[in-house]
Structure formats: C-alpha cells, structure tokens
Design a protein around this ligand. Structure first.
Ligand SMILES: Cc1cc2nc3c(=O)[nH]c(=O)nc-3n(C[C@H](O)[C@H](O)[C@H](O)COP(=O)(O)OP(=O)(O)OC[C@H]3O[C@@H](n4cnc5c(N)ncnc54)[C@H](O)[C@@H]3O)c2cc1C
Length: 417
C-alpha cells in the first residue's frame, strides 16, 4: 500500500541475520527478526564453553537488548517451519508471517557423510546446548572414572576422540588437553593421567587444510607436545556406543566422540524447489538471491556462492558481510535501484591451539606462536558482542592463564547419561 513501510523479515539472529538487522537500524522499513532462541551466539568461542573455560552466557547476547530503542525493529521468538515463497510468507511455530523482502540466515548443521552411527553416538558442537552437553559429558566421565574399578570402563571414560582437524577440532583438542593437565589434574588427584588419551583424527594429510604445510606442522607438533595424539590420513568407519572404529582397523574404546568433521547448509522446507550445492547450501547469484526469487536473500552458511571460482567458506566474516550486503540491496530496491553484486573481503583467519600458541593468516602471510596468539585474543574480544561479555571472558582467560583454573566446572543442568 502506498505510504506504508515495506516489511523485511530476517530469519536467524546469527552473524548474517544480526548484522543485516543492524544495517536497518533507523531506516524507513519495518523489520521482524525471527529466531528460535532469544539470543545471538558467538560460535567461535563455543569450544571454550565445551572445555569449561568460559560460561555459556559469556558468549551469548540477548536479541532484545541488541534491538532496544530501535523502533522499526521487532523480534519474534519462533521456530521456522517452512517458506511459502509463492505467497510471500514464512510459516513459523507462532503463525504465518508475511513479508515484502526476506533474508534467510539459518546457518548450518553437522554433516556426518553417511558414517554409520556417527549421528547417533557422537557429540557435536554447533550451538550453546551442544557446548554445555559436551562440558557436562567430559566432567561426568571424569567423575565416573575417579570411582571406577573396571579398567576397561575407566579407560573408556578417559579416552576422548575428536573427529575433524579443522579449526573447531584443533581448538577443542588443545583446550581439552589444557583442561585435563591443569584444573582436572588438581581436582581428580586419584586418576592415573597416563590413562587419559585425547585423539584427533582427520582424513586429510595435514591439519587445518586452509593453512600452509609449515603452519599445519607447527599445530600438529604443538598438539602432540600437549599429549594429543594426531592421526592423519585416517577416516572413521563406524561409531558405536562405547567405541569408534577407524579405517585402519584401529578400535578406540571411548565414551566420547566429538564430531567436528564437517557442516552442511541448514535444510529448509519450501514450496519452490531451490538449487543446492553438494553440501546442501542454497545456490545464490552474485546479489545473494536464489534463482527466480527477486525479493529473497540467502546469507551466511546457508548460501553457496562462488568467488573467483571458489566457494566462499562457511565462516563468520562471510556471513556478516553477506548479511549487511543483503540489507543494503533491499534498501536499494526499495529506492527503485538495482541490487549490486556481493564481493567478500577476506581479512584473514586465525586458530589457537592453547596458551601462547596460535596460527594467523592475513592474505598470503602466516604467523605462528605468541604474536599470533595475542592477535587471536585481541580479535576475539573485539568481535564478541556485549561489553559485559568482553570483560567476563577476559577475566576467565586471565584466571585460566595465571592459575590454571576454570570457572565452568559444574555439571549443570544435571543429566544422567
Ligand atoms: C564451534 C564453531 C566454531 C567456529 N569458529 C569460527 C571461527 O573461529 N571463525 C569464523 O569465522 N567462523 C567460525 N565458525 C563458523 C561461524 O560461526 C559460522 O560461519 C557463522 O555463525 C554463520 O553465520 P550464520 O548467520 O549463517 O549462522 P549462525 O550464526 O549459525 O546463525 C543461525 C541462526 O539461525 C537460527 N535458526 C536456525 N534454524 C532455525 C529455525 N528453524 N528457526 C528459527 N531460527 C533458526 C539459529 O538459532 C541461529 O541463531 C564456527 C562455528 C562453530 C559451530
């Protein structure tokens, strides 16, 4: 209707959705942001929740605080059930929401590549619930091991297998090793620490495929010096309750398999079939729209876009930039202008292994060691949302660094396994 504000619906308060929302602050549009949770999660630090280094609320930020006093923005906490593109509506658990423009950024889910038992018997690390479950699981296994007379069962409790030598696998392996050798060693003096085994498995011939061989070698050596066993060129044949079978025939008895071997685009139900890539991401054109849908933008981990013949990676800066770009394109279209193509600006990447140790890449340059680690700390604090979160995370890091002590060692909520 003439004079009425256009309604933009944004799905997902992740990196893509939140930064798209921010780009509409104070603009002459009505925005409804929808998420199944009422908070944004800073995924890059999820592994630290899993390793009890920080508390879950330190890396989450309430959506309603983010949009406070922004009169043109509203929030709906609801699950997305399906998209009716022909009718321009989104079907949610709280009813059907009409839109003029739509931005979808539902993120990704773990990919198990058809490995038998992997989805049933592995833990994943994709959201705060997963991270808490992982933390509780590690602590519960130490509690069990400390009172276990059966040697095989005790070893099962103390064997931790991490599948996937990408950033999440490497960072969690390092953080878990430090957790075991520091706080847990002090808390569970009765455990024979020669029984504790952390194994990192990857099918590739090097860890962190996006880095040079030299950096990957540095990471491997560092992890090995922290008592992490690294198995490369190794894939998983099957995960069962209490054990994992590798393709070289090795069977590891373990209660804990963390699956961080891959992700795929989040599946959505739609009335028009959208073209997807092999990893289930929705193919978009250079303006971030799927073919045939002029008022729909797909961003972040869900979007598949080639840049210089290579797919853009599923990382936070891509999601953030795509979210902002989609919002700008919608504002252009409302002004009667054509949407413009998106181009990702790669500012670099970084992975930490543990205290004083990280790898950082900017362009073709890579650094390892202390300087890379300081950069890692600085960048993560800079991008973490919320002043309180920044202060609390820094305090947790400081405490861990000086006293080898972690704050998140409670098994809450208590859940028998
Ligand atoms: C453990 C881990 C570590 C990572 N580390 C890094 C890192 O160090 N650096 C980096 O750049 N990237 C990292 N990433 C990747 C990065 O987090 C993602 O690329 C980024 O979050 C993608 O943003 P997004 O907006 O597409 O999705 P997300 O940030 O995942 O947000 C998706 C949102 O959609 C909501 N949602 C999903 N389904 C529904 C539904 N059906 N109904 C309603 N709401 C829904 C979710 O609740 C969520 O809020 C990491 C990811 C993980 C899991």
């Amino acid at each position: 209707m003439k004079g009425e504000k256009q309604h933009v619906v944004i799905i997902g308060a992740g990196f893509a959705g939140l930064f798209a929302t921010k780009a509409f602050f104070g603009k002459n549009v009505r925005v409804t942001l929808i998420d199944k949770n009422n908070y944004h999660t800073f995924n890059p630090l999820l592994y630290q929740v899993g390793a009890a280094l920080i508390e879950p609320d330190q890396i989450a930020y309430p959506v309603r605080s983010f949009i406070r006093k922004k009169n043109n923005i509203d929030f709906l906490m609801a699950d997305i059930l399906s998209f009716k593109f022909k009718k321009n509506t989104v079907v949610t658990s709280r009813g059907e929401i009409p839109y003029d423009y739509l931005i979808i950024g539902c993120g990704s889910v773990s990919a198990f590549f058809g490995v038998k038992g992997a989805d049933k018997y592995s833990l994943t690390l994709k959201n705060l619930d997963d991270a808490l479950m992982l933390r509780n699981h590690v602590l519960l296994n130490f509690e069990k091991a400390s009172w276990c007379d059966n040697e095989e069962e005790r070893k099962r409790c103390l064997n931790f297998v991490i599948i996937g030598g990408g950033p999440t696998g490497v960072e969690f392996a390092g953080a878990l090793a430090e957790f075991v050798q520091g706080p847990l060693r002090k808390d569970f003096p009765g455990i024979d620490y020669r029984d504790v085994q952390i194994t990192l498995v990857d099918v590739a011939k090097q860890l962190l495929g996006m880095y040079s061989q030299e950096s990957a070698q540095y990471v491997k050596k560092k992890l090995e010096s922290m008592n992490v066993k690294v198995l490369l060129n190794t894939s998983v044949s099957q995960v069962k309750k209490g054990e994992i079978i590798l393709n070289n025939g090795l069977v590891i008895k373990t209660n804990t398999v963390l699956w961080s071997a891959g992700v795929r685009g989040c599946s959505i139900k739609t009335d028009i079939k959208l073209k997807t890539s092999r990893d289930m991401r929705i193919e978009v054109d250079s303006t971030l729209r799927p073919a045939g849908l002029d008022n729909v933008f797909i961003c972040g981990d869900m979007a598949f876009l080639l840049q210089d013949d290579k797919p853009l990676p599923m990382i936070a800066p891509v999601a953030t930039q795509e979210g902002i770009h989609s919002a700008k394109n919608i504002l252009r279209m409302i002004d009667g202008k054509e949407p413009i193509p998106f181009r990702y600006k790669d500012k670099g990447s970084m992975v930490t292994i543990g205290r004083n140790s990280a790898v950082t890449r900017v362009g073709h340059m890579e650094w390892t060691g202390f300087i890379a680690w300081v950069l890692w700390l600085f960048i993560h604090i800079l991008y973490l949302i919320g002043f309180r979160n920044k202060i609390l995370v820094m305090m947790s890091w400081f405490r861990d660094y000086l006293f080898f002590e972690r704050s998140g060692k409670m098994i809450i909520p208590k859940k028998e396994e």
